[in-house]
Design a protein. Structure first.
Length: 279
């Protein structure tokens, strides 16, 4: 009896093992969840929150409203304060936040913008020689922060950026600048062409740093009142600004790459200005 029982147990064990081998293992279906993509954390959402932010007078870099809705109160208040509104599809708003945004998101600037007219007037009143940096189409936040850090170290009086097509001044920009954006004035202008006209009429020489330059950056005179224009690595300085500039300067290079990071290029021309003024 015992022998027969052992045989039955062994036979059963073999059958179970064979059954397990023939059975396909269960595979849980793979699901890919995509988190909402956010550009930064300095934004407010919801109709009432956006309205209160507009009324508070805080600097707003971008205001997004759902194309299909377009809250009239938000649009009217933004128009009154001169803030550009972007009408975007619902999907874009959902990529920024999955919370109940009610079709409105406002990106709040980390700084307060200065008026260029006041900066120039104050500089002349102090008996100082104006030194202005204009950034055309530079949209990379970290490049902007690095340039701001260099500019503040060099004693530049103000950085000028366009109202559209500029880097967003957020936490990343503040961090990359090592806090320099807390000290150097940033002026946001509707038209850089008009800004150049104003600076030239105020007695500043406008120098565009571009690969199309006629002179080496080391041959240009920066000792007087000057504004230097830097462009993005992708697009450079716009043709209109190049035509308006008083001088075009190029950084001499001998390597194979033939291209500098814009923050590095800015550092070269900025500290050449510092060197000339210290002689």
């Amino acid at each position: 009896m015992k022998k027969n029982a052992d045989l039955r147990i062994k036979f059963t064990a073999i059958n179970v093992s064979e059954e397990n081998e023939s059975r396909q293992p269960f595979k849980r279906p793979f699901r890919h969840f995509t988190s909402p993509k956010t550009e930064n954390k300095e934004f407010v959402f919801g109709v009432q929150s956006v309205l209160e932010t507009l009324r508070s007078g805080k600097e707003i870099d971008r205001l997004l409203v759902q194309r299909e809705l377009g809250n009239s109160e938000i649009l009217d208040l933004a128009r009154e304060k001169g803030i550009q509104v972007q009408k975007v599809p619902l999907e874009k708003l959902n990529r920024i936040t999955r919370k109940n945004h009610q079709g409105a998101i406002a990106f709040v600037s980390a700084i307060h913008y200065a008026k260029l007219e006041n900066v120039i007037a104050d500089t002349f009143e102090k008996g100082e020689i104006p030194f202005i940096l204009i950034l055309d189409r530079i949209t990379d936040v970290r490049n902007f922060g690095a340039i701001a850090r260099t500019a503040e170290c060099a004693g530049i009086h103000a950085i000028v950026i366009p109202a559209r097509g500029a880097a967003q001044i957020n936490g990343d920009a503040m961090k990359t600048s090592s806090g320099a954006l807390n000290f150097i004035p940033v002026c946001r202008e509707e038209s850089l062409l008009q800004t150049v006209d104003f600076l030239q009429n105020s007695g500043l020489k406008v120098v565009a740093c571009t690969e199309k330059g006629r002179s080496s950056v080391y041959a240009v005179d920066y000792s007087g009142p000057v504004a230097i224009i830097m462009g993005s690595e992708e697009d450079g300085i716009s043709d209109e600004l190049i035509r308006k500039s008083d001088d075009l300067a190029v950084i001499p290079q001998s390597g194979q790459v033939g291209s500098l990071n814009v923050s590095v290029a800015a550092g070269v021309v900025i500290f050449e200005t510092v060197r000339q003024r210290s002689i």
